[in-house]
Design a protein around this ligand. Structure first.
Ligand SMILES: *Cc1c(COP(=O)(O)O)cnc(C)c1O
Length: 801
């Protein structure tokens, strides 16, 4: 079954590429464009996935295995071609084959658009999980929405973010298979009737959900699962009568309305807006997925009461939390179970992953909206809530799913799941203590932890070829799907030869990146400088502001004393703001304004550069992470659920400067205090500090450096054409500093000074960097998925022979 077998000689791959170029693309080689070559190679590689894909499906059926269904409104996949060649063991062969055909493999894989069907960490986690489930032979489907337009593209105009639509589907997508036979009707609105003592929902609107399948192949092609994305189509294609009357626009109305459902991704990940379209999208995904799951179950089994023996459904945040009531509705209204039979069946199938404690991100729907869009589900939600209240009489009166004319999706997901998980040890503790304390007391075994991870195939093997090669030479192959083996690097960290090679690999990545930055941003940076990287969504809690304020302080200090033996630094920022998030957009503007002034300052020269390449996405992360010297993970403690960017950097040998937040806590534990630049208030101290309404003013008044920084910004040193541009921002730091930038500022400065000192000591720095890689094994998403399989899903690997 392995696909990287002897039969696929370079000659065969070459023949396959040429065959696809000729017969699939209809192109003669001399006239083929980069796009044509990419398509031809993609189809040739895709062909190699079919055998493991079919074999995996066949085996799951034959062995009647339990399947995992991962429901997520976001999958931040990135590019597929190079990742697929790596997992199939065809990378070198593909490179060689394309060279023989006179083509540049790197250019070809770089031509693929990023599949950006997600905002950030949550969507990227879903993509890493899909890859790990395939690697581990965990029979699974991912279910999502096939957004026509993924996350917007970001440009800067005058330093400010401008959004333009993204159109990844404007070119042919070679990875997906349309499944017109797999369609389901999804209803909205209407009313509920009682017929023969049963409730019947009569929707007023219906759309068709149509499946598009992408195979996801695991490491070494031993297993492949399916990512099934739903596209929305009209149930009645076209109003022919109106068309014949000449009313062309109205004739296309049903089509337009339906397609709106899968038109765009909501470009916000940390605040929640009660938009009806969003609720409809969530129900669209969930209902189509559950209908598909029940159809598959019914084709092999009879008794739906045994559903949870064969089906595990994971809800990625509350976005698909309508799965609880919808599964009950399908079981009761469509398949004849009683409510009392259906409820435990649904609970045993469902699991819920919480991703945030931020109150503004917790989904709550006005009962008016919810009942209008989903009238039958409103009844079922009330019934679930009533059942829970009666079954747990100790439940306090203020706890419940429906409260103050709102449906609370967190409580709904909690009550409808047999397990609820947080995504890092600290986050899980806070979910118990602060988010669901009463429900945790009523259901003491329900909340469990599954610390996030990332796939080392994409984030180390593929993104960092120089380091991957060194690892292979040092400890042999096999670390790719057994990342704890990186521990084997530890004894070599004392070896000067190894450290030199580690240094050379990092340096090679930095040279590659500085060339790219020069071309992309027009700023030349020296690869000898310390590359200090903060890339992630722009949000107040992630505190890019803290970083840019420190940058200004550093600039001022260098100007005051240029010969103080400064370590040259390149500050690299990357990330998008939600389009409606004014404060985050102002921070972007400030970063770009500061960059313009500092980069043009001849007094500072190479000692400090600030770079902010636009449109951060998965592909950009793959460039930046391997070249980073320092990983910025500086969120206000208690606010970042886990982070996964922090893990990617650690794996690639970049020590962290960070707070005790999310999975930073576990990174610190694994890597050791001496290899981590720790600073800042703890989650507990943060809560205490906020009790003092004057915390910011006191912190600023105690810090001359902070005063100087804020004054420079307030005076307009970075906005010469508009001196008052940042008055609002500076005012907020003084008076509304909810995320405690001021309180952590001096500690952050001190930690940055430690970074400089450590970097000057080459041996010490390289040891730290190498130990970060060596001790990152825990953060493989394979470890995470094993945890879910064992503790939540009750699913076994099909590959354990
Ligand atoms: C990993 C990743 C994230 C998550 O980063 P955090 O630092 O954990 O917020 C977001 N966006 C992209 C493109 C990523 O690759």
């Amino acid at each position: 079954m392995p696909v990287n077998d002897q039969s696929l000689t370079p000659n065969v791959l070459k023949t396959d590429v040429m065959r696809h170029l000729t017969f699939t693309l209809g192109k003669d080689a001399p006239h083929a464009s980069l796009y044509d070559w990419r398509m031809a190679l993609s189809y040739a590689i895709r062909d190699r996935i079919m055998e493991p894909w079919f074999a995996s499906t066949r085996r799951t059926w034959e062995e009647d295995r339990k399947r995992v269904y991962y429901l997520s409104m976001e999958f931040l996949i990135g590019r597929i071609l190079e990742d697929a060649t790596i997992n199939l063991g065809l990378h070198e062969m593909a490179e060689r084959t394309m060279a023989e055909l006179g083509q540049d493999f790197k250019a070809i894989v770089g031509d693929e658009p990023d599949a950006a069907l997600g905002n950030g960490g949550l969507g990227r986690l879903a993509a890493c999980f899909m890859e790990s489930m395939a690697t581990l032979g965990c029979p699974a489907y991912g279910y999502g929405i096939r957004y026509e337009h993924g996350l917007f593209r970001q440009r800067f105009e005058g330093g400010q973010q401008v959004e333009t639509p993204e159109d990844w589907l404007s070119q042919r997508n070679p990875w997906e298979f349309d499944r017109p036979e797999a369609t389901y009707i999804v209803g909205f609105k209407g009313h509920v009737e009682t017929r023969d003592g049963r409730e019947v929902w009569v929707p007023a609107e219906t759309v068709k959900a149509s499946a598009h399948d992408t195979p996801v192949v695991g490491w070494q092609g031993r297993w492949a699962n399916t990512l099934r994305l739903w596209g929305a189509e009209p149930t009645t294609l076209f109003d022919l009568e109106r068309f014949n009357r000449g009313d062309y626009t109205a004739a296309a109305e049903p089509e337009t309305l339906a397609r709106t459902l899968s038109r765009v991704l909501y470009p916000d990940d940390t605040t929640y807006q009660g938009k009806e379209l969003r609720l409809k999208q969530e129900f669209f995904l969930t209902s189509a997925a559950l209908q598909d799951i029940l159809r598959r179950f019914k084709s092999g089994h009879g008794d739906l009461r045994a559903l949870s023996r064969h089906v595990a459904i994971q809800m990625n945040d509350t976005h698909p939390a309508i799965a609880g009531p919808e599964l009950i509705r399908l079981l009761v209204d469509e398949h004849g179970l009683s409510f009392d039979e259906a409820l435990p069946v649904a609970q045993e199938c469902l699991g819920y992953t919480n991703h945030t404690l931020l109150p503004e991100a917790l989904e709550r729907w006005a009962t008016f909206t919810f009942g209008n869009v989903l009238p039958r589900h409103m009844q079922i939600v009330e019934r679930i809530d009533g059942w829970h209240r009666r079954t747990f009489p100790a439940r306090p009166h203020y706890v419940g799913i429906v409260k103050h004319h709102e449906v609370r999706m967190g409580e709904l997901a909690f009550i409808m799941s047999h397990k609820v998980n947080g995504v890092s040890a600290l986050h899980t503790d806070l979910v118990k203590a602060n988010l669901f304390p009463e429900l945790d007391r009523l259901h003491p075994e329900k909340i469990v932890n599954q610390t996030n991870g990332v796939t080392p195939r994409r984030w180390l093997k593929m993104a960092n070829a120089p380091l991957a090669r060194l690892i292979g030479e040092t400890i042999g192959e096999g670390w790719e799907d057994d990342l704890d083996r990186l521990k084997g690097l530890e004894p070599h960290v004392k070896d000067q030869g190894f450290l030199g090679a580690f240094d050379a690999a990092k340096r090679q990545n930095k040279v590659t990146l500085s060339n790219w930055l020069g071309a992309e941003c027009g700023v030349k940076v020296s690869p000898d400088a310390l590359f200090d990287v903060q890339v992630k969504r722009i949000h107040e809690y992630k505190r890019q502001l803290l970083n840019i304020l420190e940058t200004v302080a550093r600039w001022q200090a260098i100007r005051a004393n240029p010969d103080a033996g400064w370590v040259p630094r390149v500050k690299i920022f990357g990330g998008k703001s939600a389009p409606g998030y004014a404060v985050a957009k102002e921070i972007i503007h400030l970063i770009n304004d500061v960059a313009a002034v500092i980069n043009a300052d001849p007094l500072v020269g190479d000692l400090l550069k600030v770079i902010y390449p636009a449109n951060y996405n998965v592909s950009m992360a793959e460039r930046l992470v391997p070249a980073a010297d320092l990983s910025e993970q500086i969120s206000t403690a208690g606010k970042e659920a886990s982070g996964t960017g922090n893990m990617k950097f650690m794996m690639n040998g970049a020590p962290t400067i960070g707070t005790l937040d999310g999975a930073n806590v576990e990174i610190l534990q694994e890597v050791g205090r001496e290899n981590f630049f720790l600073f800042g208030l703890t989650a507990e101290e943060v809560m205490k500090r906020r009790e003092d309404p004057d915390h910011a003013r006191k912190a600023i008044e105690a810090s001359q450096i902070m005063q100087n920084v804020l004054q420079a910004i307030a005076e307009g040193q970075f906005s010469p054409g508009q001196a008052d541009r940042y008055h609002g921002l500076v005012h907020r730091v003084w008076h509304h500093d909810y995320f405690l930038v001021a309180s952590d500022f001096d500690a952050y400065l001190a930690a940055q000074a430690e970074v400089d000192a450590a970097y000057k000591d080459r041996a010490r720095w390289l040891t730290m960097a190498a130990l970060n890689t060596a001790r990152s094994g825990f953060f493989s998403s394979d470890r995470t998925i094993r945890g879910y399989m064992k503790e939540i899903w009750g699913v076994e690997s099909a590959l354990q022979d």
